[in-house]
Design a protein around this ligand. Structure first.
Ligand SMILES: Cc1cc2nc3c(=O)[nH]c(=O)nc-3n(C[C@H](O)[C@H](O)[C@H](O)COP(=O)(O)OP(=O)(O)OC[C@H]3O[C@@H](n4cnc5c(N)ncnc54)[C@H](O)[C@@H]3O)c2cc1C
Length: 342
């Protein structure tokens, strides 16, 4: 029996990893991603397209309509020499896709293991971790434009990918990702140039790691370092690392010699560590009622129980204001705010 293309539930809870109590008057589940344009048209212009809710802060908890894709089909559509082109539908769970690719011998995603979310949301903020960004592996994205009604494949270069950003993120109500094509490799290219992975592999006593070993090391590191949303509500890093010009970074370094500074995509710019700035401003472990900052990771806002989106947002604003006051640097949220503006 095949799954129905569309299934509607009334007054449905909205899944989100912050654990905020939110509901949609209509929730439409799309079992066949080719029915997504029809579902979005039916749900209306303001309908929220929801993945697994791991990069959202829901501030207005009553949403009129939401659409969710559950189509999780994955297929290899082309193999040529070392390269494979793999197509995944928007509803596939990201980590399951990474592990499926590894099991098939399609390499290149191992550093991105255990990132929560869906394949459809992965290009939106160009997910990244442990020295790899998903844009490095994306060949093309099938996009439905809710403004024009057109559906077409966007080649990599049209997607405007940059650090935690893309064309799609700048206009989130407009673009719906239906499928993503990845270019992966049948030969392992091990990528260990990021703090922590090499040490983790050493402690696992692995001298010549396979891609599966790299994924296992990343999984172990992530489990140790990041609070688990199943235990305490959070959306991973709440703030993006600010990117500044070199003169600003140098001026700050003169006053704070211990400040971490990283290279940014553009050679004339530098990326600062939002976690360091927030920690220095004294916020790590802070708590305002149930809204707090993780004691283990200054970048992660947590819901200790029944914090509302508005309470978490108020805390985020106080943190950003204090970082600005102390360092003159503006930090911005990484998750999308639903029902509020930064
Ligand atoms: C514990 C934890 C750790 C994390 N670690 C990382 C990390 O290491 N690196 C990283 O980059 N991110 C990380 N994140 C953030 C998150 O995992 C990613 O942003 C993920 O891609 C969000 O996927 P989602 O399906 O949950 O999207 P959602 O939260 O449901 O949606 C996020 C945005 O994408 C839009 N969207 C969802 N699906 C589609 C679609 N098919 N088409 C168009 N728009 C869509 C939504 O409308 C919304 O604007 C972490 C989050 C958590 C909770």
């Amino acid at each position: 029996m095949t799954e129905p293309a569309l299934r509607e539930t009334r007054d449905a809870p909205l899944a989100n990893t912050f654990g905020i109590d939110a509901r949609a008057r209509r929730l439409i589940d799309v079992g066949d991603v080719d029915a997504l344009p029809a579902a979005l048209a039916d749900a209306g212009r303001d309908a929220l397209l929801l993945g697994s809710g791991s990069n959202l802060l829901i501030v207005a908890p009553d949403v009129d309509a939401a659409v969710h894709v559950s189509d999780a089909r994955i297929e290899m559509i082309e193999a040529s020499g070392d390269a494979v082109r793999v197509r995944a539908a928007a509803g596939a769970a990201w980590h399951d896709f990474v592990m499926h690719a590894l099991a098939q011998g399609w390499f290149g995603l191992e550093n991105l293991a255990l990132i929560p979310g869906t394949v459809g949301a992965a290009p939106i903020q160009n997910i990244g971790a442990y020295g790899v960004e998903v844009m490095d592996r994306i060949e093309a994205v099938q996009v439905h434009d809710r403004a024009t009604g057109e559906t077409r494949w966007w080649p990599h270069d049209a997607c405007g990918f940059s650090y935690r950003d893309s064309v799609f993120k700048t206009d989130p109500q407009r673009y719906a990702v239906m499928r993503v094509d990845f270019r992966l490799s049948r030969t392992p290219h091990i990528h260990l140039g990021y703090a922590g992975i090499g040490e983790e592999l050493q402690s696992m006593r692995i001298a010549e790691p396979t891609p599966r070993d790299v994924a296992d090391a990343v999984i172990a590191l992530r489990r140790r370092k990041l609070p688990d949303p199943a235990v305490i509500g959070n959306a991973g890093s709440f703030f993006k690392n600010p990117v500044v010009d070199m003169a600003t970074a140098d001026a700050l370094l003169a006053v704070h010699p211990g400040m971490p500074v990283f290279r940014a995509g553009d050679a004339s710019q530098r990326k600062l560590s939002a976690a360091w700035l927030i920690d220095q401003a004294g916020w790590k472990g802070h708590r305002d009622g149930d809204a707090g900052v993780s004691p283990g990771h200054a970048l992660v806002l947590v819901n200790h129980g029944h914090a509302s989106g508005a309470q978490l947002l108020a805390l985020a604003r106080r943190i950003a204001a204090s970082v600005h006051q102390r360092f003159g640097i503006d930090i911005e949220p990484e998750p999308r705010l639903i029902g509020a503006r930064w």
